[in-house]
Design a protein around this ligand. Structure first.
Ligand SMILES: Cc1cc2nc3c(=O)[nH]c(=O)nc-3n(C[C@H](O)[C@H](O)[C@H](O)COP(=O)(O)OP(=O)(O)OC[C@H]3O[C@@H](n4cnc5c(N)ncnc54)[C@H](O)[C@@H]3O)c2cc1C
Length: 385
């Protein structure tokens, strides 16, 4: 081997949603289009994968995991007290995909593809950028590659944010015979009376006897003090007492504007750390699939041309990022208006418009409908900073 020969074409740092999606898109597009598959190594600290989350999104586009969707709701709603707004769209449903199904499927595909290697139990420590070769140093191995896609979570986020919120939630999947909720409707936000910051219940009836239910708060600080207790007392207030917990999930997602990565080169960021997750919502799955597909197309073209300069895919337009920043700023100043504003947004839009908006693909008309639903005063002030 020459001194300048790399071990791999591409190193993907992190094999979570983004790393695994990119690997599957590469394999899928290369076999679909008969393009040469690059040699790819994924480096991941985890030694096992758990069923640690569920991904929900508006099911509008094709991706390698679509057949793994286990539940779809033709309607979705936002409510506060007795007021509720229900939306639907003929070609779109709200979909749920369990993490364990995606992990299993992706690991199987990686194992079946000789060009893909998943190396688990390794922590990346340093990336050294040479002119043509990138050296990735982990706690156990060194790998040299033409290019690197870094999907590690963002570092150095503030414990208390002034520009957005931490989305703090605790949820559980419960067996609860004849719970009585409409199984055709996903309850996205059922706003609850709260002292300081918005909080709501997210409830997905998986069938007549199973619920996924979460207590969520948008708050400045990164801490989960009592979501679990609040969820339990909400369940009791709904008369849900005899239930069995099948699975639990909780997290703190940054609703903090992270500018979409636009720096090109042989080392690029991807995933939440590159701003793919929407700060204003915490949704990421659909955009992750779209961006992974675009990145996979580029990597296959790089393999064909042997030119490894990569351009990060655009997760969303500048104007949408700007709208989100204004929205978050206004919501920080008027957290008591959250239920009113979200209800207004869902009332003023069609299901098709809202699903495009939530999946980061609104047209200008959708954005106009969104903007005109909100009271001009606080939003003009927030736009002027
Ligand atoms: C409980 C939960 C529920 C969610 N639900 C939804 C939802 O319903 N819909 C939605 O759109 N989004 C949802 N999200 C948000 C988002 O989709 C997920 O967080 C998603 O997993 C983020 O993908 P990612 O690849 O950027 O990060 P991750 O999936 O976290 O992957 C990052 C990877 O980097 C690895 N890593 C970290 N440090 C190193 C290192 N030093 N070296 C190498 N690798 C490293 C990690 O082990 C991890 O595997 C949810 C998030 C959580 C936590």
């Amino acid at each position: 081997m020459e001194a300048n020969d790399p071990d791999e074409d591409i190193v993907i740092i992190g094999a979570g949603l983004t790393g695994l999606s990119l690997a599957c898109w590469l394999e899928e597009l290369s076999s679909r289009n008969g393009q040469a598959m690059p040699r790819v190594r994924l480096l991941e600290p985890r030694t096992t994968y758990d069923n640690d989350r569920t991904w929900c999104f508006w099911d509008r586009e094709d991706h390698p995991f679509r057949q793994l969707i286990t539940h779809r709701w033709p309607q979705w709603q936002v409510s506060a007290g007795k007021t509720r707004v229900v939306q639907s769209s003929p070609r779109t449903s709200y979909a749920l995909l369990p993490a364990d199904a995606l992990y299993r499927h992706a690991l199987h595909r990686i194992e079946a593809c000789p060009a893909l290697t998943l190396q688990q139990g390794v922590n990346v420590e340093t990336i050294n950028e040479g002119e043509n070769i990138i050296q990735v140093i982990t706690d156990t191995v060194e790998v040299r590659a033409h290019a690197v896609v870094d999907t590690r979570p963002p570092a150095n986020l503030p414990e208390t944010t002034t520009t957005g919120f931490w989305q703090v939630f605790t949820g559980m999947e419960i067996h609860c015979p004849d719970h009585g909720y409409e199984v055709t409707t996903a309850r996205l936000m059922d706003f609850q009376p709260c002292d300081d910051y918005p909080c709501f219940v997210y409830l997905l009836p998986k069938d007549e006897h199973h619920l996924l239910v979460e207590w969520t708060a948008f708050q400045p600080q990164r801490y989960n003090q009592d979501c679990e207790a609040k969820l339990e007392s909400w369940l009791a207030s709904e008369g849900i007492k005899d239930y069995r917990v099948l699975r639990e999930e909780s997290s703190m997602l940054p609703m903090i504007p992270i500018s979409s990565e636009r720096r090109s080169g042989r080392v690029i960021k991807a995933g939440v750390g590159a701003g793919w997750m929407r700060a204003a919502t915490g949704y990421h799955f659909a955009t992750c699939q779209r961006c992974s597909m675009m990145l996979a197309q580029q990597i296959l073209a790089a393999k064909a041309s042997n030119r490894w300069h990569l351009q990060p895919p655009t997760a969303r337009s500048y104007w949408l990022e700007w709208m989100d920043r204004v929205f978050l700023r206004a919501l920080r100043r008027h957290p008591d208006k959250a239920s009113e504003w979200f209800l207004a947004l869902f009332s003023a839009t069609t299901g098709a418009q809202m699903s495009r908006f939530m999946n980061d693909q609104p047209c200008l008309r959708d954005a106009m409908a969104i903007a005109s639903a909100l009271p001009p005063g606080p939003f003009l002030k927030a736009a002027l900073v």
